[in-house]
Design a protein around this ligand. Structure first.
Ligand SMILES: C[S@@+](CC[C@H](N)C(=O)[O-])C[C@H]1O[C@@H](n2cnc3c(N)ncnc32)[C@H](O)[C@@H]1O
Length: 414
C-alpha cells in the first residue's frame, strides 16, 4: 500500500507537492484530516528519501475524511437496527488525531463519544457491540497499525505537569489490568509498570518521539517551533543547552539532533522522563549527551555544578512551560551566572499571551523589564518573537528569544 504524508504546516504543502510531482509520485487530491493536510504519494517504501522524514501513513482507495466516519457510522447503526441514528450522528465527533497506534477523538460539548447520547447507546448495546463498532471502524477507515481508540479530554489547567487525567478509552486496553492503582502509578511508577501501558510514537522533522498517553500529554502543534530549533541556531552545535521543562523531550531531542554537546533536562513527571529516555534510544542519541533530572528545576544550579561537565558552555536555555514559564526565569539567569567568561546565552521564553499585548509590544517590553529587575548585571535583547499556535481565541502560545549578555557597564577593561 502506498503512503500519504500528514502535513501540519500549510506552508509546506506546496513544496512537498512540487517535489513529488517532479518525481511523478504525487497523487490527487490533497485533502484535510482534522487540522492537517494530507498529500498522497505513489511511494510504498517508508525509507524513500522523498517521504522518509515526514509523518505518514498507508492509505487505501477511500479517503478516510470526516464523511468516512459519518458514513461508516450511519451504515453501522442502520445495520444494527438502531432507532436513534440521527441523534447519534448529530453528536458524533468528526475530528481526531492519529498517534500510532492510537486513534484519539476530539471532545467538545456537542460532539463527543462522551456525550450522554453515545454513553447511553453504548451502555444499552453492551461492550461487545461497542467493540464491534470500533473494530469495524478501524478495519474500514484506518491503517492496520491503528489498534486503540480513545477520547482526548481537556487537561486540568491547574496541573503543573499537564497530565491527561481524563483520557477516556473506547477500544483496546490503555493500561494493563496487572498495573496498580492509577494514582500510585502516576506518582511512583516501578520499572515494570512502564511496559504495562500503551506507548505512542510519532516522527516529526525526522525525530522519533514516544510517550504513554495515559500519563503524559503530547502537543503536535509545536512541530514548527521544533523545526526552528533545527534550522535557525547553528551555534547549538558543540555547546550545552538547559531544558528547564523537558517533558518527553519536545525540544531536547531537537537540540540533540542539531548537535548540542550536552542537554541538561529537568522534568517532574517520571513518565515523561521514561519517555525521554525511550526517545533518546529511538533516535540513537547517546544517553551520555543528556543529563536527566527527574525533579524540580529549582535544583538546576546545584545539579549542573555537581555534574561531570568541566568547561560549561550553556548557549541556550529552554523555558517551555505553559501558560507561563515565569517561575523559571530567575533559575535561567542563575545558570547564566555560572559561566565565566560569559558568552551570549539565548533564553527561549514560552508564554501564552493575548494578541493585544503582542501587537502593542507590551509583552516584549515587560518581559525585558522583568528580566532586568531580576538581574541588572546583564543586557537583554529581544531577538525574535515566534507565534507558535493559538491557545484560545486571541491568545497565542509564543516563544520569545532573549539574548542575554553582560551589560557594558559591568565589563571591566583590564
Ligand atoms: C507540557 S511540557 C511543555 C511542552 C511543550 N512546551 C508543549 O507545549 O507541548 C512542560 C513540562 O514541564 C514539567 N514541569 C513543570 N514544572 C516543573 C518544574 N518546576 N521542574 C521540572 N519540570 C517541571 C511538566 O511536568 C511538563 O512535563
Amino acid at each position: 500500500m502506498p503512503y500519504e504524508i500528514l502535513v501540519d504546516d500549510a506552508k509546506l504543502v506546496k513544496p512537498i507537492k512540487t517535489r513529488l510531482e517532479g518525481q511523478r509520485c504525487f497523487v490527487k487530491p490533497i485533502y484535510r484530516d482534522g487540522d492537517r493536510r494530507v498529500i498522497r504519494t505513489t511511494i510504498d517504501d517508508e525509507h524513500d528519501p522523498l517521504i522518509a522524514d515526514f509523518c505518514k501513513r498507508f492509505y487505501r482507495s477511500e479517503v478516510p475524511d470526516d464523511t468516512g466516519i459519518v458514513g461508516f457510522t450511519r451504515r453501522f447503526l442502520e445495520s444494527e437496527g438502531c432507532e436513534q441514528t440521527e441523534a447519534l450522528l448529530d453528536c458524533l465527533p468528526r475530528r481526531y488525531t492519529i498517534y500510532s497506534p492510537l486513534l484519539l477523538f476530539n471532545h467538545s460539548t456537542h460532539r463527543s463519544f462522551e456525550h450522554p447520547a453515545w454513553r447511553s447507546y453504548f451502555s444499552e448495546v453492551g461492550e461487545a457491540a461497542k467493540a464491534k463498532y470500533f473494530r469495524q471502524m478501524l478495519a474500514q477507515l484506518f491503517p492496520p497499525e491503528i489498534s486503540h481508540v480513545a477520547t482526548n479530554m481537556p487537561i486540568v489547567e491547574t496541573d503543573v505537569m499537564r497530565r491527561p487525567f481524563n483520557i477516556a478509552p473506547l477500544y483496546g486496553t490503555l493500561l494493563s489490568p496487572q498495573a496498580g492503582a492509577v494514582g500510585q502509578l502516576r506518582a511512583d511508577p516501578q520499572p515494570a509498570d512502564f511496559d504495562r501501558t500503551l506507548w505512542c510514537h510519532v516522527v516529526q522533522n525526522g525525530i522519533h518521539q514516544l510517550w504513554a498517553p495515559m500519563f503524559t500529554m503530547f502537543s503536535r502543534g509545536n512541530i514548527k517551533e521544533k523545526k526552528r530549533v533545527l534550522d535557525v541556531f547553528p551555534e547549538i552545535e558543540g555547546n550545552d543547552v538547559v531544558d528547564l521543562y523537558a517533558g518527553i523531550g519536545y525540544f531536547t531531542l531537537s537540540y540533540l539532533k542539531r548537535g548540542a554537546r550536552r542537554v541538561f533536562c529537568f522534568e517532574l513527571n517520571p513518565w515523561s522522563v521514561e519517555a525521554l529516555r525511550r526517545g533518546l534510544d529511538a533516535n540513537s542519541f547517546s544517553r551520555d549527551r543528556c543529563c536527566i533530572y527527574n525533579e524540580s528545576n529549582e535544583t538546576c544550579v546545584q545539579r549542573i555544578s555537581e555534574s561531570s561537565v568541566r568547561d560549561l558552555r550553556v548557549r541556550h536555555i529552554n523555558l517551555g512551560l505553559l501558560p507561563s514559564s515565569k517561575a523559571g526565569w530567575p533559575l535561567a539567569l542563575a545558570i547564566v551566572s555560572m559561566q565565566q567568561p560569559l558568552p551570549v546565552v539565548t533564553l527561549h521564553i514560552h508564554e501564552n499571551v493575548h494578541v493585544s499585548a503582542i501587537d502593542s509590544g507590551s509583552f516584549v517590553a515587560e518581559t525585558l523589564n522583568q528580566l532586568a529587575q531580576l538581574n541588572g548585571s546583564y543586557s537583554y535583547a529581544a531577538a525574535h518573537l515566534e507565534k507558535i499556535k493559538t491557545f484560545a481565541p486571541d491568545v497565542w502560545h509564543v516563544c520569545l528569544d532573549v539574548d542575554v549578555t553582560l551589560s557594558t557597564s559591568h565589563i571591566r577593561l583590564s
